[in-house]
Design a protein. Sequence first.
Length: 315
Amino acid sequence: MAGPRPAEGVMDWRAAGLTLWADWCRWRGRYGPALRRWRWVAWLRQPDVLHMLRLGGCWRDHGRPLPARWRRWLEAAIRQPGVSATLRVRAEALLAADRAPAAMEAQRAVFVTWLRAQAARGGICVVGNAGGALQQALGTVIDAHAVVVRFNRWRSGGEVADRALGRRLDVWVVAPDGPTAPEGTPRWAVVSGADPRGRMAGWPPVQSLDRLGVPVLTVPLAVWRQLVDALAAPPSAGLLMLGWLRHMGWPAGTLRIVDLAPPQTGSAHVLGRWHRRGHRHDWARERALVARWCATGEVSRLEGEVFSRAGDGGS
């Protein structure tokens, strides 16, 4: 492996071109093996701290811990003169990302124990934000579950919304750039992403939840990696949480979903058509994956009486 060369040298234009292309693919959510290969080749052509940070960040994006030899290289490189303070801080954050705080592991164990105790009394309902939910009178059925999971900006309030979606919230799943506070106070919160526990302390949603006294979890990196490998894209918060719940293992009929990756291809959202879906997720593959889980009986969909023509489904 190349030795540490932290100081910037002559620009390698092929490395620059590969980096720009890889940046664009990441922005578009194209997380296939080719992206990892381009980052690797760019670093081989220009083995400095900046390119290692891009390579290591790509590995993390894809749910892969930093290999030991890269850690050693980066630890040695940032001790060399000529490395900027900004790059040194970024490198230390990347190196710390794979260190597993015992507190998070313990909290996850408590969460799973709590889920199993609750689910035995009435099942788990994972409520997505697709607009098709507004057509069905499922609110009472949803709220009757022992655990109700909701995401980001879910719509509540008003007779139609309450009748369609209910009001109960036990587990709130929020994206790093999501709303600063949930509607109501959940028992638990989960921050989506590639297990970002090392970076999330200063994020507004996490600070708000801390003030409310709500325990904040992240999904294990292994679950994120399995989904990235299946989708060749970053999973949505809904699919990530469902994937984690499925990974825990449940008797048939325990894990139910409402308007999460529905088979319809419309784009409506419970907040209205103005709310755009994330462009980095592969929605077609997510729908196919959830359909496969439903076909095996691991997950079941709740459907109710249609009472409104508002909305057209969507994911």
